[in-house]
Design a protein around this ligand. Structure first.
Ligand code: FAD
Length: 366
């Protein structure tokens, strides 16, 4: 009789996994699939009948590498798009549109997070301005990367310039995968967003079902950073075919759960990337507190903070600088908790999920 003993593969452990899909993309025998857990997050699941125990998945996993505290930031800017329409529809000061415009004008490809027709969030590949427009605006739902890292590799191998945007853990996963596969990254520029944690796609889906029950028709558009009440007081705007509603964060059940960190991915509480060793060539976020540090630069429709982390990032800032109002700043003035350590797991996180498993989203709203 034969017994097979499998080494426990560390990539499958909840605390080690951000869902970046690097392990799945790198597996030479395609024995890793991303599967949804009870909280609605994707984790690698290994088919041990196919696994050849080569260890590539563990060597590629960015969470199994030591955490670096190196400060990569070369310069800091407060930035806002000169075009008022770009500023209005962007989450912060509108850095993403000029960056992606510049990439598309060069004949390159842009990757970012977008809603699909079912209102699920996944990364998409954009070669036109219309496709890119779907990536504008923050989606406070974890974006699905399945299949995307391979597409980026293919574009780079075909010598197409690529702008990849996403959370720092997604950028880390992509870079690790490209390094492991010896892909030439000279035509790749990465931009990470400051990140407070990514919420559960399942809870988002359940929430949308509840809204559909209330409104009698499905939600077709969602804007997490609607500026009706201003940039700092951002609201969630939902549109169905015949209705539109705007709810302030403190009035909206989904946004309350997100802001209380109750529906964040478990690995976010042990984030390896909430520091100044930025993975992107550029990092973009909200310039909170600018009304105090630079009152004459404040803009009620939003100001972005931009960290330039590499020479490539510097070159891209140079390309887009004419479309922006820019002011040099410093790390002290724009410092946020998400740059100095992971957000803490809230008290009640586990009990919230136990309750959620019993009664779902509807009960949580009361
Ligand atoms: C989950 C999440 C948490 C965040 N937390 C913070 C925070 O704590 N502090 C802070 O200052 N900023 C945070 N941000 C960033 C901020 O909300 C803006 O996305 C950022 O300032 C860029 O805004 P913009 O005006 O330049 O462009 P926008 O057009 O508003 O931003 C679009 C960009 O965001 C990316 N994006 C949108 N949704 C997602 C997603 N689900 N996953 C990956 N990438 C996505 C798109 O690919 C695109 O690059 C967070 C963003 C997300 C998605």
């Amino acid at each position: 009789m034969f017994y097979t003993f499998y080494m426990a593969i560390q990539i499958t452990e909840e605390k080690n996994c951000t869902g970046c899909t690097a392990c799945q993309a790198v597996c030479p025998v395609s024995c890793i699939a991303m599967q949804e857990d009870a909280k609605g997050f994707l984790y690698p699941s290994v088919d041990y009948d196919l696994c050849i125990e080569c260890g590539l998945c563990e060597r590629t996993c960015p969470l199994l590498k030591p955490i670096s505290q190196e400060n990569k930031v070369l310069s800091v800017y407060a930035a806002k798009a000169k075009d008022k329409e770009i500023l209005r529809k962007s989450s912060s000061g509108g850095m993403f549109i000029p960056l992606s415009d510049a990439m598309l004008k060069e004949g390159g490809v842009v990757y970012g997070a977008a809603f699909n027709p079912l209102m699920e969030v996944s990364h998409c590949r954009c070669t036109t301005f219309t496709e890119r427009d779907r990536c504008v605006g923050s989606k406070y739902v974890q974006s699905n990367l399945v299949g995307v890292l391979d597409q980026v590799k293919k574009d780079l191998n075909e010598k197409r310039p690529v702008l990849f945007t996403g959370t720092p853990c997604q950028v880390a996963g992509l870079l690790s995968f490209l390094a492991q596969t010896n892909t030439d990254t000279s035509l790749l520029v990465c931009c990470d967003v400051f990140c407070f944690g990514v919420p559960s796609p399942k809870v988002w889906k359940d929430y949308l079902k509840q809204v559909e029950r209330e409104k009698g028709e499905p939600v077709k558009e969602a804007f997490f950073r609607d500026k009706t009440y201003g940039w700092a007081d951002f609201s969630l705007r939902l549109e169905t075919e015949h209705t539109a509603s705007v709810e302030k964060n403190n009035e909206n059940a989904y946004m309350q759960l997100f802001l209380q960190r109750l529906i964040n991915r478990p690995s976010c509480f042990d984030c390896h990337f909430s520091n100044l060793d930025r993975k992107g060539d550029l990092s973009i976020g909200d310039y909170w507190g600018i009304e105090h540090s630079m009152p004459d630069f404040f803009e009620s429709n939003g100001v972005s903070v931009t960290l330039v982390n590499s020479q490539k990032g510097k070159a891209w800032m140079e390309k887009i600088k004419d479309t922006l109002s820019l002011r040099e700043s410093n790390l002290n003035d724009c410092m946020q908790p998400v740059l100095s350590g992971p957000t803490a797991q809230p008290i009640g996180y586990e009990s919230f999920w136990k309750q959620y498993a019993r009664s779902g989203f509807g009960e949580e709203r009361t």
